[in-house]
Design a binder for this molecule. Sequence first.
Ligand code: AMP
Ligand code: MN
Length: 328
Amino acid sequence: MSVTTQHEQMVEELRAADKLLLTTHENPDGDALGSLLAMHGTLEQLGKDSVMYMSPDEFPLSHEYRHMTFDGLLGAAPDDLADRVVVFLDCGNIDRMPVDFLQDEGIKILNIDHHHDNTNFGTVNLVVPEASCTAEIVFDLARQLGAEVTAEIASSLYVGLVTDTGRFSYENTSPSAHRMAADLIEAGVNTHAVYRRLFEDLPFRRLELLARALTTVARYEEGRITIAMLSRSDFEETGALESDSEGIVDHLRSVEGTKAAILVRELLSDGKRGCRKVSLRATDGSVDVSVIARQLGGGGHRQAAGFTTRLSPDDLVSTLRDQVAAQA
Ligand code: AMP
Ligand code: MN
């Protein structure tokens, strides 16, 4: 089906639905949260009964998103779930929302996303890999639905746009991403305030965690891989939260010669002992990190991907070295 037809079909589905439940992926990032809020605001404006769901485990949200408020957010299935159309935003794969009630065969799912490796798990899918962020797709849908993009909706969309494009620096920063930015600013986004909330005014523990990560940096394959590791004790001793590791991998990515930047961090919840989250970032396109993430049970974009693993640090490093060497 052509993209236009997919767009039109999604607009029709949203127009026809009266009761909806919106959700995203676990460990939500700026695009996930911004798209969720913007879609919710749009649907409410159109007079629909929209509710949002995220697991209570996601809270507190990562520090940069602390100003985003989710009025009436559900932390469990609503009684009337069977009457609701479920909308997934920015979620490439249904396993990224490991919640039983959302895996039920009987529910109708609208899947709106921009991951090129999206598994099309929805009843109706709108997957636009050319979109810089899911927020860009939501922006299009909101206008096609005839909603007014208020300053509040625009600010949520802007969070998705700025975070997923790496502040307009990644390869996905298309002309339409910049046009969207202009439109959102015209709609009333206070860009300076958004930047301060997202990237400044950070708790000191973040700097301490970064400092620890930087002491572990190792380089392999003649510098093509730059990798750092954070252990449970790094988090415990600095008082850092898992989400405080956000952005550390970007420091690794900026090092000369790096083709793949990798942050490995031990997960903190008791049920995940021995489990590590791996964040992968590519630099110049010579390595497709989504291929590596998929091989190891995760996924993502060519330039930014991730997975979780129970491999030991040594086995993990040798696996990652083999994977990068196979590509670059
Ligand atoms: P992160 O390293 O968590 O910032 O994730 C970078 C990108 O990889 C995001 O676009 C995610 O959608 C994707 N990603 C991260 N972890 C996973 C996973 N376990 N499965 C699929 N995609 C993932
Ligand atoms: Mn995204």
